[in-house]
Design a protein around this ligand. Structure first.
Ligand code: PLP
Length: 401
């Protein structure tokens, strides 16, 4: 242990040693409880970012802490050569909730999308099709090579050559999608609500056209619910309010409420294309991760957080949209449940800084979109406070400019 007599300059340590890929907020966080976190100086912050839509149950939820503690004392890791109770029970629960048939557990969103792409390609090859994946401008699917190849061009710069077999088209244009499909196409990959792309929902027309085209051409419809899944939009999964069902779905983020765990789910038809040894993972779905995820799903259900996210989201959306009618600085309000985006007439960076000064953690996607993805357990009063602080910060920054 370091001596306690000379306090460590942690910001300095970070700057000296950590790979500089994250533009850090100069804040060192040391503790969290519910919808609040504290920095090393004892300042308290209301968390409207939730680890980027991860802490679905807020910080250190007692049921998740208890499940992790108990499982850590019993069995942390085995290989996927063996079955563990948490993984088997979690797989059953995820299939029950989603209506899909098979589960593959991962450690992150990027890995879940990678698994989804492999499933889609194996299925396509079995049916004599090429392996091309069609995705949409503004999308984000992770930082691995295949997921940046599927993702927006800005994530690819400097990392070429890109893996082959990815095509990107404009978002929310069903006609373009119909034209883009060829004999080479394996799958259509869609975020039901683009998160990093600025909380932009896929239109009902795009989703139903994608389902219909995938059925007609025997393609896999892959939904990336890494950010919008697990109760965030007021349904267990965002697709459940669209009338369509995917063949493959990627999950992560909210599933572990902070514990790194993800999943790729698929229909039996897709699973039939897979053979032993086709895919694998050392850590994915280990007993500790699955125990954490099970505790998260149980708490969401017991505390009726799916309905709560829907009801509170509707309330905030109505308030923000009403505000936008008379607020010249807000150009649009989008989203569903507790996944909301407030698009500004100017860059949101200064608004994020102003909110931080007022004790609220938030962030900005796509430069101008204030993203609100608070924990699903945030009380109504705190949710209102987040909106109060956001509106005051917008006004403060607008007055300054
Ligand atoms: N897919 C979506 C929709 C995401 O929002 C993210 C992360 O923000 C990812 C995939 C990648 O997840 P991870 O950072 O856990 O790899």
């Amino acid at each position: 242990m370091e001596s306690t007599s000379t306090p460590l300059d942690l910001q300095q340590l970070d700057q000296s040693h950590y790979l500089p890929v994250f533009k850090r907020v100069p804040l060192t966080l040391v503790k969290g409880e519910g919808c609040y976190v504290w920095d090393d100086k004892g300042n308290q912050y209301l968390d409207a970012l939730a680890g980027i839509a991860v802490n679905s149950l807020g910080h250190c939820h007692p049921k998740v802490v208890q499940a992790i503690r108990e499982q850590a004392g019993r069995l942390i890791h085995i290989s996927n050569f063996y079955v563990s109770p948490p993984q088997a029970i979690l797989s059953r629960r995820l299939t029950e909730l989603s209506g899909l048939d098979r589960v593959f557990m991962t450690n992150s969103g990027g890995e879940s999308v990678e698994a989804a792409i492999k499933l889609a390609r194996k299925f396509a090859h079995q049916h004599g099709r090429g392996g091309e994946i069609i995705s949409f401008e503004g999308c984000f699917h992770g930082r691995t090579m295949a997921t940046i190849a599927a993702g927006d061009e800005k994530y690819q710069r400097g990392f070429g050559p890109m893996p082959a077999g990815f095509k990107q088209i404009a978002f929310n244009d069903p006609d373009l999608l119909a034209q883009a499909i060829t004999e080479d196409t394996a799958a259509v990959l869609i975020e039901p609500i683009q998160g990093e792309g600025g909380i932009r929902p896929a239109s009902a027309e795009l989703l139903s056209a994608a389902r219909e085209l995938c059925d007609r051409h025997k393609l896999a419809l892959v939904l990336d619910e890494v950010q919008c899944g697990i109760a965030r939009t007021g349904q267990w999964f965002a697709f459940q309010q669209t009338g369509i069902k995917p063949d493959i779905m990627a999950l992560a983020k909210g599933l572990g409420s902070g514990f790194p765990v993800g999943a790729a789910l698929c229909s039996e038809q897709i699973a039939e294309a897979i053979d032993f040894g086709d895919h694998g993972t050392t850590f994915g779905g280990n007993p500790l991760a699955c125990a954490a995820a099970l505790a998260v799903l149980e708490a969401i259900e017991r505390d009726q957080l799916v309905a709560y996210a829907a009801e509170q989201g509707e309330r905030l959306l109505t308030r923000l949209r009403r505000e936008a009618e008379s607020n010249e600085w807000i150009t649009e309000v989008r989203g569903q449940g507790l996944m909301l985006g407030v698009e500004l007439a100017f860059p949101g960076k200064a608004v994020v800084e102003e909110m931080l000064k007022q004790g609220v953690l938030a962030n900005c996607a796509r430069e101008r979109v204030m993203r609100l993805v608070p924990p699903l357990i945030t009380p109504a009063g705190e949710l209102d406070h987040i909106v109060d602080v956001l509106l005051a910060a917008i006004q403060e920054v607008a007055n300054r400019e």
